[in-house]
Design a protein around this ligand. Sequence first.
Ligand SMILES: NC(=O)c1ccc[n+]([C@@H]2O[C@H](COP(=O)([O-])OP(=O)(O)OC[C@H]3O[C@@H](n4cnc5c(N)ncnc54)[C@H](OP(=O)(O)O)[C@@H]3O)[C@@H](O)[C@H]2O)c1
Length: 346
Amino acid sequence: MEVTNRYITVKAHVEGEPTESDFEIKSSTISTSVQPGSNDIILKNLYVSIDPYQINRIKSHSASHTTSSFAVVITPGETIDAYGVARVVASGNPEFEKGDLVVGMITWGEYCVLKGEYMLRKLDPMGFPLSYHVGIFAFSGLTAYAGLFEVGKPKKGEKVFVSAASGSIGHLVGQYAKQFGCYVVGCAGSKEKVALLKEKLGFDDAFNYKEETDLKSALKRYFPDGIDVYFDNVGGEMLEAAVANMNIYGRIAACGVIAEYTGVGKRAAPDMLEIVYKRITIHGFLTSDYMNLYPDFLSATVDYLRTGAIQTLEDISSGVESIAPAFVGLFHGANTGKKIVKLADE
Ligand SMILES: NC(=O)c1ccc[n+]([C@@H]2O[C@H](COP(=O)([O-])OP(=O)(O)OC[C@H]3O[C@@H](n4cnc5c(N)ncnc54)[C@H](OP(=O)(O)O)[C@@H]3O)[C@@H](O)[C@H]2O)c1
């Protein structure tokens, strides 16, 4: 039997801000059987993750291409791999059978054919929605957990600031920090997002950075006694303002610089004198370096969810047509929580 697979490609490398017209939907016919004895596996994709880092893969040059096996360059016209949940259609690999639910690197498309070595494992949903295994139980959750605890190293009672706080990673960072006993302030790009952080997710305070004309004074207002840990998702001017408000021995977990990815924002130029005299650590990290924490992270997060101590925000749209708008929307704050595209019913 054969099926039609619709998938997303990028037409050419994109150096600036992405637009929907940079992408196109292609289709191909794929056989739903595999060569006996091969390691090939055919998957029907159910949920795929939409992540900012793909912008760096779409550029012709980026530091990500040579430093992370997850973030190598994307060749225009080819399929785009992404994390997701899928169902096995056919498998030559004895570890998987037709009908199995799996999670790992799939593609921005309706089906995918994986050959050779691939990153995939059988999925036990543990009673949670499948989408959770693309968001909170996947890289977003582990990034928040590892970045906060291993990189930010908060102590109870310390003051934590998180940017892009209503996003996939940010909303979890704030909640983990609250559970740990920190004072947490987040910033986000709309009054609705700010209300969500304060009223639903238990942040001590939050503000709309787009309404602030002077970010340094804004942070001084929210942290009159200084910031101990800054979980940085954005870079740019917010990083400069945070450095100016950090306490002595403050730690900055440099998770991402979304304000700088598309080249339209100002590159951060933090005051080095502040960094030296306040002995501030700015520590860039990749979640893939912290896979050893996965069992601890998973058990803590499952407990928190089951007891209602934390909750997760998801922003799910449907169909292969919604992948490009979902991705472009990340750079305009269109998402609240983890952006996911659902491709088929479970
Ligand atoms: N180090 C790692 O291993 C690792 C792993 C995953 C992700 N990351 C990074 O972590 C960051 C957050 O990723 P995520 O998946 O959780 O995305 P996300 O926060 O769910 O989505 C991106 C959010 O960033 C905000 N944003 C967009 N452009 C901005 C700008 N110019 N200035 C300030 N804020 C802007 C928007 O929210 P507002 O409405 O608040 O503006 C948007 O909703 C990204 O920088 C990403 O690359 C790093």
